[in-house]
Design a protein around this ligand. Structure first.
Ligand code: DCP
Ligand code: MG
Length: 373
């Protein structure tokens, strides 16, 4: 009896960065439900709850087959009382009333819609809701002050809420690479974020730029941006300077991944291929639109920090968070997208590849396609 039971019980390690999580998810009904509750918590700035649901979701994503009974989950990490209750409801009744109620709630719908505007975060959305703004029409008519990012976000709302395909990401990659090489021969452009993990679509396209000679990357980004702009590729852009100082970087908050790389948040104007332009024809115009807006992020890293930047920008967000938690709690180290600091030895640990960083952290190497936690 006991042996039979243990055969049916799943087992996964505690931290998402110890697990291999591919895009093949055998428990989508459960993970989508937990993801709604995580998203709702995040939109309401209840960070602890958000993380708890995200961890539970990630554990289910890592299971080798669909969950059939609640008892199979006995002993799994990160499944709190609340998450287990949601799972139980879905296994027994097919739905969770809490999840359904959340999806129907006016506040959740409004928060999701408003934060779907580029440049609008949970705080702004909450403030607007307090003013009685629940949708785009009310936003347009009651006219709170919008910053430039938000104006551009509103203008391109529909395009920016259409998933970006891998083909579109590659197309943008070719355009950006041509411009980067024109400004600095020998520079390297790497596709990062979800596409590097093998996702077929994304909400944006993320690139990391470096040069094999340390220091050559300095001053690159403004030139790349102005060339892209002059060629008509940028509908909006905001560039922030590099503010990283090694001496000052003893990341005190390993849970925050705010890095200090030189970075450009942009809205790209991507010419559509003929057929897709016709398919996407915008009803308000007589001719189909020949281009679409796409969110593109460019990040520049010196080569000495490249492996850390690559690891920190490949995601998933939960995988990153778990790496930093592992480093801090299990290894007394501090990991950021710039460096790895050993607080016992009081020194930085160098790495030229992601593999070396995993080795420093005493973790088995997990390739990007298995970081989809
Ligand atoms: N990242 C992070 N924390 C931030 C910004 C970025 O951990 N504050 C990392 C993890 C992300 C990656 O950078 O995976 C890119 O950020 P995205 O928000 O673009 O996330 P993805 O590319 O993974 O998802 P999507 O397909 O929605 O673009
Ligand atoms: Mg992305």
């Amino acid at each position: 009896q006991q042996d039979n039971e243990s055969e049916d019980v799943f087992s996964v390690p505690n931290y998402a960065c110890q697990r291999r999580t591919t895009l093949q998810n055998h428990n989508t009904v459960l993970t989508e439900a937990l993801s709604i509750l995580a998203e709702n918590a995040e939109l309401n700035e209840e960070d602890g709850r958000g993380i708890a649901f995200r961890r539970a979701e990630a554990v289910l994503k890592a299971l080798p087959r669909a969950v059939r009974k609640l008892t199979e989950l006995k002993g799994l990490p990160c499944l709190g009382e609340h998450s287990l209750r949601i799972i139980k409801d879905i296994l027994e009744k097919g739905v969770s009333s809490e999840v359904e109620a959340t999806k129907q709630s006016e506040r959740y719908k409004a928060l999701k819609l408003l934060t779907g505007i580029f440049g609008v975060g949970a705080k702004t959305a909450d403030r607007w809701i307090t003013m009685g703004i629940y949708n785009l029409q009310q936003l347009q008519s009651s006219g709170p002050t919008l910053n430039q990012a938000q104006q551009a976000g509103l203008e391109h709302y529909e395009d920016l809420n259409q998933p970006v395909t891998r083909a579109e990401a590659d197309h943008i990659g070719e355009i950006v690479r041509r411009v980067v090489l024109c400004v600095l021969p020998g520079a390297q452009l790497t596709l990062i974020g979800g596409f590097r993990r093998g996702k077929p679509t994304g909400h944006d396209v993320d690139f990391l730029i470096t040069h094999p000679e340390e220091g050559r990357e300095v001053g690159l980004l403004p030139k790349v941006v102005s060339l892209l702009k002059s060629q008509g590729f940028l509908l909006y852009q905001k560039t922030t300077k590099n503010s990283y100082l090694e001496s000052e970087d003893r990341p005190t908050q390993p849970s925050s991944n705010m890095d200090r790389f030189e970075r450009c948040f942009s809205i790209f104007r991507l010419k559509s291929h003929q057929e897709s332009a016709e398919v996407r024809g915008n009803g308000s115009e007589s001719r189909p639109k020949s281009w679409r807006a796409v969110r593109v992020d460019l990040v520049v890293s010196p080569i000495s920090q490249f492996a850390f930047a690559l690891l920190g920008w490949t995601g998933s967000k939960l995988f990153e968070r778990e790496l930093r938690r592992w480093a801090g709690h299990e290894k007394a180290m501090s990991l950021s997208s710039h460096a790895l600091y050993d607080t016992k030895q009081n020194s930085y640990l160098r790495a030229a590849s992601e593999e070396e960083i995993f080795a420093h952290l005493d973790l088995e190497y997990i390739p990007p396609s298995e970081r989809n936690a």
